[in-house]
Write a protein of this length. Structure first.
Length: 172
């Protein structure tokens, strides 16, 4: 990996992309960037509101604009939204401007991590069984997109942030 190459963390909601990216950026002395936080800042409202008011399509368009800008930057560690890899243009931009790392956890771990989350529009208003079914469908649907990552780190159980950072550093 070249020193100026960005590092992008991708994966399902609840896999810890933001927390891990923040810790990795600190370890590497790089800037941290989160696409969802940037979308929220630019829109002046939270992601749930964008989804509920404007729909997922508007959110994905805004996400694409943020990724276009992000891919022109250098020396970042960035956490991307769970669906960011769903658009081919995003995957292409990310692939040429950095190293994409897929943090892959099983649905049962994700569900446990998300059990109290109130800020996940795709899960809002659903009971535990529905949340499990939604996550399973998303996980299945997104595997192909995430498979475009340069590095695939698969975890079968809860794993500490620093253990994940350590594995990333070994792969880089």
């Amino acid at each position: 990996m070249q020193a100026q190459t960005n590092i992008y963390l991708v994966g399902m909601m609840g896999c810890g992309k933001t927390t891990v990216a923040r810790a990795l950026a600190e370890q590497l002395g790089r800037r941290f960037f989160d696409t969802d936080e940037e979308i929220t800042r630019l829109a002046g409202r939270d992601i749930s509101d964008i989804f509920n008011t404007d729909g997922e399509g508007v959110f994905r368009h805004q996400e694409g604009r943020v990724i276009r800008g992000l891919s022109a930057m250098h020396n970042l560690v960035s956490a991307l939204g769970g669906g960011a890899m769903g658009r081919e243009v995003n995957r292409a931009r990310l692939s040429v401007s950095g190293t994409i790392i897929w943090l892959d956890f099983p649905v049962n771990v994700l569900l446990k991590r998300l059990e109290d989350a109130q800020d996940r529009p795709l899960l809002a208003g659903h009971d535990e069984t529905e949340k499990h079914n939604i996550l399973c469908r998303l996980w299945e649907a997104r595997q192909h997109d995430y498979a475009h990552a340069h590095i695939h780190l698969k975890f079968n159980q809860e794993t500490s942030v620093m253990a994940i950072v350590s594995q990333i550093l070994k792969k880089l």
